[in-house]
Design a protein around this ligand. Structure first.
Ligand code: GLN
Length: 271
């Protein structure tokens, strides 16, 4: 039997990733692994680790191999049925929480909720909010349901193709929709994630167009919309918001300084 140190030395993966995979294969915490580098690893766990390390070396996201990813300080289960939560999406949550600040008991809709990280985080950070998480993938909703239960969040889950079955009007709509252009070379690195969660037509704006244009009839007066978008879509998305009747349209930049989240208010709603 080999030790933790020996097994880690035998892989070309970055040390932090190899450690997380080995901890996963052993079913122990990363702290327990680091605390006892001399501990012997059984053959079965070593074989599991070898397989995980091999899949990681071929490009599978670490989050899928571990079955989880941290988002806004909490652990979310993920599977290849959902996009892996990205750090920049925490900005969308920050913007949403700011928009909710002066509302006592808002109704919130998260469109294309995937693993549920946005909807569940909003429900937990804003306990008086009634949050609906909508996705057209039943598999994704199952992942979100498991996360809501695990984290103790009261979120209503709905099988809905964007607005088709969301029900009622909301005070805030949020979405991190697919926004990558079909021919974007960057997709080569994302081939393990669901393409339908990433790609939105030739210019990447197909779903954002539907979401922004459809928002006014699903918002209460004084409601707001906040969406995540691609690195070069800031001006186009502001334009979509303006055309749909939103005011006070603002774009926030992510930690990399890239325009990433657009938000706006709707003063009066169409009937
Ligand atoms: N931010 C993701 C990426 O390009 C795309 C996510 C999305 O389309 N919503 O890595």
């Amino acid at each position: 039997m080999r030790s933790v140190t020996e097994l880690l030395a035998g892989t070309a993966l970055p040390r932090a990733e190899a450690r997380r995979l080995l901890a996963g294969a052993l079913g122990v915490s990363i702290e327990a692994l680091i605390a006892r580098p001399e501990q012997a690893v059984g053959d079965e766990a070593a074989a599991r680790f070898a397989e995980l390390a091999d899949r990681r070396a071929r490009g599978e996201p670490l989050a899928y191999l571990l079955g989880e990813r941290e988002f806004y300080g909490r652990r979310f289960a993920v599977s290849p049925a959902v996009l892996v939560p990205r750090p920049e999406t925490e900005l969308l949550v920050d913007v949403a929480l700011r928009l909710l600040r002066r509302r006592p008991a808002p109704r919130v809709l998260d469109l294309g909720s995937g693993c549920g990280c946005i909807a569940i985080t909003l429900a937990l950070e804003c306990p008086l909010a009634a949050v609906v998480a909508a996705d057209r993938s039943a598999e994704a909703l199952a992942v979100a349901r498991a996360n809501a239960t695990q984290l103790g969040a009261g979120v209503e889950l709905r099988l809905s193709d964007w607005y088709s079955d969301v029900g009622g009007r909301f005070d805030l709509i949020v979405a991190n929709p697919p926004y990558v252009a079909a021919a974007d070379p960057h997709l080569r690195e994302l081939q393990h994630e669901p393409r339908h969660a990433l790609v939105a037509g030739a210019d990447g704006l197909a779903d954002l167009r539907r979401i922004v244009a459809g928002a006014p009839v699903h918002l209460n007066s004084g409601g707001s919309l906040a969406v995540e978008h691609g690195h070069d879509q800031g001006a186009s998305v502001r334009e979509l918001f303006a055309r749909a009747g939103f005011v006070d349209i603002e774009t926030q930049r992510d930690l990399a300084g890239i325009e990433r989240v657009c938000a706006g208010w709707l003063l009066a709603t169409p009937v």
